[in-house]
Write a protein that binds this ligand. Sequence first.
Ligand code: LLP
Length: 427
Amino acid sequence: MRFFDYRDGALYAEDVPLAVIAEAVGTPVYVYSRATLEHHYKVFKAALGDLKVHICYAVKANTNRAVIATLAALGAGADTVSEGEIRRALHAGVPADGIVFAGVGKTDAELAYAISVGVRQINIESASELARISRLASAQGKVQKVCIRVNPDVGAGGHAKITTGKADNKFGVSFDLAEALYAEANELTGVEPVGLSVHIGSQIIDFTPMEQAYRKLVACVGRLRARGLTVTRLDLGGGLAATYDETVSGPDLVAYGAMVRNVVGDLDIELEFEPGRMIAANAGVLLTRAIVTKDNGGKAFLVVDAAMNDLIRPALYEAYHQMLPVRQAVDHDNLAPLDVVGPVCETGDTFAEQRPMPAIGEGDLIAFMSTGAYGFAMASTYNSRPLAAEVMVSGDQWQVVRPRQTYEEMFGMETLPDWLGPQAEKA
Ligand code: LLP
């Protein structure tokens, strides 16, 4: 579901014409729809119905504080993977006891910070991390709630680079080690083990691998409880797909909820979820303007003013993003193959190859759809291109939620070493 549609031939975000935003803010610009964000959160929560759930939005998908705050206002917690993300979540109004801190390599400084602000839980991914958390928490006179992240040896997802659940992926620990660590954690003074966590991949439509992983987790809870250990939480991760291609239907959330209910049965346990993409992807578009059209080697190219530094998913994962002209083409059924590319000096800076597109001319605006997740969040300044602006729309209102980066902000913090002399500094 998304709230980006044509009205009288013009593409809108909710009740705002995208062309108005592009004129005022320039391009490239990310535009987010509050209604879409809220819709996805509510539909997901409703699908889980009467279960005891805590939904932690995976802020890595879209870290803009306006996005996090929109979800926090609905009661969402946050799934975080760095001190920066914890700080963002707190700034956006997520209470510390709604924040889960996960990640395969957390530094002592990050752990100490997470413990000091009182995060809800830290998901542990190795034996040494358990010992470090206990030591750091004890030093602060605290007892930190922890989950052990298991690697269920079940992988899934839209691309090998985003599969996380296979035994040879870097994430989590085996069930055997998880059980040993849980028992060990129970004896340590600085931690309180509360449950297990899992996350097997991203862009998942078929629930079969998820169900397999969850069943393994439930069996593990049974074994831990049989040893007299208390287990009160299961963190089932994120990973549900978003709709990128309008001709392919997304995951059936009601069926997902039913599957979870069925697997968990009467375990009497609190469930946590970490959806990112499913909430944010369809809530954002990247608006770009065509700079140049050209033919090379018998192919038609459209060079736009967004590039792989603004949206890296096509270059990194061969990801598909629908592209819509902001002014609907008059002859929109007359399509011709087009390579849509950015200005960065790499052939990999390609958004689409031989994509059937209606006629688009220099100066025209195009919306790259479903770029609300892992879009701006993965942006860089490669080729010294400033970070794009971000805008949020709510009904007929819109506001810049992050202005375009200035050149001063981009490189003003760099300093020249003394040996280059004062002359170089001035140059
Ligand atoms: N929880 C954990 C532990 C994760 O590692 C992730 C994502 C999530 C939750 C959220 O997953 P989601 O619901 O968004 O699928 N940059 C890639 C996706 C990387 C996902 C990394 N982990 C992309 O653009 O496709």
